[in-house]
Design a binder for this molecule. Structure first.
Ligand code: ACO
Length: 400
């Protein structure tokens, strides 16, 4: 901390905390996580119970409204989602204007922002009822955008949404339907549902903080969420799930054994890190990683898939967790370590992994935005410690 003087003679204190490692930005009643114990709860409900008993659509409601829905509330929520289950024709045209090499996360962020133009009423919902509908609109349209980023990337015709399959089933069909012989594979839909629940919120992480900070200027919901998507894209955040698979494939193809990569990750002169390891808050096993590891075993078993990469991931975890470097720094597998392995088994390409994360995280981002607006948070505006030049005179071009 450093004392500063303001112009009018009063003084204040700035705490300098790069990366906000010890700075709380808000009070929140949505998600609790205990990094030492490796515990995570949404609205007080343990993630393990929600993953086992709940559904993604129910968890959306829980995060947004604060309570599990009763039958009537859940039916109304599903009906509202169905009502908004379409996008304007022109959204497809905007999508088509992208080159197919575009990363799906960039396309998703742009299309989400573009939704603002087609849904002006949902841009800045201030009343409770408006908020309910704005959230439903965005959630109902987001899975269409997410699936379509994939169709675009692989040059496949767009599949229109359907109200018959439920939220996750509809998404799955829009992603994967090739012809009339397509059938929904319930094992895959159930696995996706569970993954989306596990990703649905994680308190003040980088992308949720981006959503809150952008939204704190009273910019609209959709553009705030677009900022969150961009934040999630980075390999130190949600982009790690793609990076994990790329790393495991690299280790496999290299054929040089595991220790070489562990040593590289420990070498401070080398930028390589074990992707999917470590977390700002968890200093214990990420509880989501534990559930996903088990789900990866189950899903691969049910689909009859043997994946060398899963075996490699298990060995890497074992070796790293016995290594003094990782023990000392409390570096454990995080949510991204095993999620990519399931996505791969479900036939989802690497470039889509972070889009899957965004789809799961959307209700959490909206809940954070809603809480931020409803508790009248002030505009987010951090301070700084200036380290540049002191006052100096402008230098004429001829003297430079
Ligand atoms: N491999 C090797 N060393 C690591 C790793 C890793 N994956 N993660 C942290 N470390 C080391 C650091 O080098 C540092 O060592 P030092 O004390 O000797 O300097 C120490 O552990 C602390 O790491 P920080 O970078 O200070 O921790 P921070 O909280 O800033 O970073 C992060 C957390 C970004 C997740 C980091 O662990 C990382 O880069 N992991 C790999 C990327 C990843 O998996 N990201 C997904 C996170 S989960 C999510 O966003 C959904």
């Amino acid at each position: 901390g450093v004392d500063i003087k303001r112009l009018r003679g009063d003084s204040g204190l700035i705490t300098l905390d790069p990366g906000y490692k010890n700075t709380g930005s808000t009070e929140s009643a949505i998600t609790f996580l205990d990094g030492e114990e490796g515990k995570l709860m949404y609205r007080g409900y343990p993630i393990e119970q929600l993953a086992e008993k709940s559904s993604f659509v129910e968890v959306m409601y829980l995060l947004l409204e604060g309570e599990l829905p009763n039958e009537t509330e859940l039916a109304r929520w599903k009906k509202t989602l169905n009502e908004y289950n379409f996008v304007h024709d022109r959204v497809g045209k905007i999508l088509n204007a992208f080159p197919s090499e575009a990363h799906p996360m960039g396309v998703l962020a742009t299309l989400t922002s573009a939704l603002t133009a087609f849904n002006p009423k949902a841009v800045d919902p201030s009343k409770d009822a408006d908020m309910y509908h704005a959230a439903a609109r965005l959630i109902a349209k987001f899975d269409i955008l997410a699936a379509w980023t994939y169709r675009k990337k692989y040059d496949l015709p767009l599949i229109e949404p359907s109200n018959d399959l439920g939220y996750v089933g509809n998404f799955y069909q829009m992603m994967f339907k090739k012809d009339d012989s397509f059938e929904v594979n319930q094992t895959i839909v159930d696995a996706l549902d569970k993954l989306f629940i596990l990703h649905a919120d994680h308190e003040q992480n980088c992308s949720a903080s981006a959503v809150r900070l952008v939204g704190s200027s009273h910019t609209g919901l959709f553009s705030s969420i677009s900022a969150g998507i961009s934040a999630l894209w980075g390999p130190l955040h949600g982009g790690a799930n793609q990076a994990v698979i790329e790393m495991l494939e690299m280790i496999k193809n290299d054929g040089g054994g595991m220790q070489k990569w562990i040593d590289k990750a420990k070498d401070k002169d080398d930028n390589f890190r074990l992707m999917g390891f470590g977390h700002r808050v968890y200093k214990n096993m990420d509880p989501r990683a534990r559930i996903i590891k088990k789900a990866a075993d189950d899903v691969l078993g049910q689909l009859g898939i043997e994946d060398e990469v899963l075996d490699l991931a298990r060995t890497l975890e074992e070796v790293a967790l016995k290594d003094e470097y990782f023990i000392e720094r409390k570096l454990y597998p995080n949510v991204d370590f095993y999620s990519g392995i399931i996505y791969r088994a479900l036939g989802i390409p690497k470039e889509m992994f972070t889009v899957m994360f965004a789809l799961g995280r959307l209700p959490g981002w909206i809940a954070q935005w809603k809480e931020m607006r409803q508790t009248n948070q002030p505009i987010g505006r951090p301070r700084q410690i200036y380290t540049g030049h002191t006052l100096r005179d402008y230098v004429e071009m001829s003297d430079r």
